[in-house]
Design a protein around this ligand. Structure first.
Ligand code: DGL
Length: 275
């Protein structure tokens, strides 16, 4: 019975749809309920306390929708709030940090790994800890790239300005000679090509979305929770603010249209208006 329940996911906004997309591609029989906190994004500039409080509120909302597993698709929320979330629910919780760290540790040959993310993710040191737990000999070089988020949201996925910003942020990592780079933010997979061009062919780009989807598949299989057959509608998307560009942005991240986006108010009650 539990196997037929949906997977719950959340992100500070709609960037986590990159993780939703990877999950749907890998596990087409799973139902997913996604929550994007579009009213309160960005999380990457906020404190640990605030991000943890927001994450708890969303987790409780998703738990009321009877989810069987929770994916914290936001790197910042994973970095700050994962342990707290695990302490308040009795279902498996998958964050994006550990899967990304594992993939980077497996990919690096020279044991120099780069990590890029929001200021909060980098300052938390969560990737550094996760990588060094796996292999203390790996040297980790981290850089916050805050301008990448608004560039992606604006749809500037390539072009001179995005390339120049990437060169500024990543120059240090190129000099350090990292041969694996973790794209430690929901938005960065969309500018993978620009990042790859700056880093050069010798650097493996680790996309947390793919790695997280693989982890979710393993956890579901090992805990006997995999759906094993077609379920109901494949994904339901909830947001805390329905702004003008939302549909366009959702399509940009997901690569296809979702039938309906539902609005949730500040008390986490579903509001009628959907687009
Ligand atoms: N979702 C956030 C992350 O992956 C990026 C956007 C934000 O700062 O809220 O860290």
């Amino acid at each position: 019975m539990r196997a037929k329940q949906p997977i719950g996911m959340f992100d500070s906004g709609i960037g986590g749809l990159t993780v939703l997309k990877a999950i749907m591609e890998r596990m087409p029989d799973e139902n997913v309920v996604y929550f994007g906190d579009t009213a309160r994004l960005p999380y990457g500039t906020k404190s640990r306390e605030t991000v943890t409080r927001f994450s708890e509120e969303i987790t409780r909302f998703l738990m009321r929708r009877n989810i069987k597993l929770l994916v914290v698709a936001c790197n910042t929320a994973s970095a700050y709030a994962l342990a707290h979330i695990r302490s308040i629910v009795d279902i498996p919780v998958v964050g994006v940090i550990e899967p990304g760290a594992r993939a980077a540790a497996a990919a690096t040959r020279n044991r120099k790994v780069g990590v890029i993310g929001t200021r909060a993710t980098i300052e938390s040191g969560a990737y550094l800890e996760a990588i060094q737990r796996l292999d203390p000999a790996i040297r980790v070089f981290s850089t916050a790239c805050p301008l990448f988020v608004p560039l992606v949201e604006e749809g500037w996925l390539d072009g001179d300005i995005t390339c120049e910003v990437a060169r500024r942020y990543l120059g240090h990592l190129v000099t350090c000679g990292v041969d694996a780079l973790i794209l430690g933010c929901t938005h960065y997979p969309l500018i993978k090509k620009v990042i790859g061009d700056v880093m050069g062919r010798g650097t493996a780009l680790i996309d947390s979305a793919d790695e997280t989807a693989a982890t979710v598949e393993n956890v579901l299989r090992e805990s006997g929770l995999a759906s094993g057959g077609p379920g109901g509608p494949r994904c339901a998307v909830f947001v805390s603010d329905l702004h003008l560009d939302l549909r366009l942005q959702v399509e940009r991240f997901l690569g296809f249209e979702v039938p309906r986006i539902s609005l949730v108010d500040s008390k986490f009650e579903e509001v009628e208006a959907g687009v």
